[in-house]
Design a protein around this ligand. Structure first.
Ligand SMILES: [Zn+2]
Length: 183
């Protein structure tokens, strides 16, 4: 548990970054760290725009801000499409990253191993028949069963801690997909 003064310091530095982003977008600076709404843009999301909690209690991100970050900024969603869950693993030593996005309409997978102009793959939820996690020492993978060819997202080899984080993401993705297709 962090001390209160450390949290205040973290919020002060996040507020500075937030106001730099706001200045670039021509928005007025905020006087204090936002207790509600998106802590990336400082706005309350418009109605229907999801706001995501993170593992840090005072950091929240709206869908618009998620879609401004790599690798999600190359993802094109249809109007009114809502992200339900997303994961990636932006570590400083990796030159690239993967991405998993589950919306109310489709699953989107992004792999650094795929051809550069086709890295985001869209699978409509209606085409998904099953999903499972298959472990491996170097390339743990999410397998998504569909009517035609299965889609497979492998996460890259990395330090053990990072690979454990990736495995948990792949396991959760498979669990969420199985829940969604049962509905
Ligand atoms: Zn935002």
């Amino acid at each position: 548990m962090k001390r209160a003064s450390e949290i205040e310091e973290a919020k002060a530095s996040l507020l500075r970054e937030l106001n730099e982003r706001r200045a670039r977008e021509g928005k007025p600076a905020l006087a204090s760290y936002p207790d509600a709404g998106c802590t990336s843009c400082g706005e309350m999301p418009a109605s229907g725009v999801p706001l995501f909690a993170t593992s840090v209690p005072y950091i929240r991100t709206c869908q618009d801000c998620v879609l401004k970050e790599f690798p999600f900024r190359k993802l094109r969603l249809s109007r009114a499409e809502k992200i339900m869950w997303y994961r990636n693993n932006p570590t400083f030593h990796r030159s690239s990253d993967y991405g998993i996005v589950l919306t109310d309409q489709a699953l989107y997978l992004y792999s650094p191993f795929w051809f550069v102009f086709a890295r985001w793959r869209r699978i409509p939820l209606s085409e998904i028949r099953g999903a499972e996690f298959r472990d491996s020492r170097l390339f743990p993978a999410l397998h998504v069963q569909r009517n035609g060819r299965d889609a497979v997202l492998r996460t890259p080899p990395d330090y053990p801690d990072e690979m454990e984080y990736d495995r948990r993401n792949l396991i959760e993705a498979a669990e969420r997909l199985r829940t969604v297709i049962q509905q």
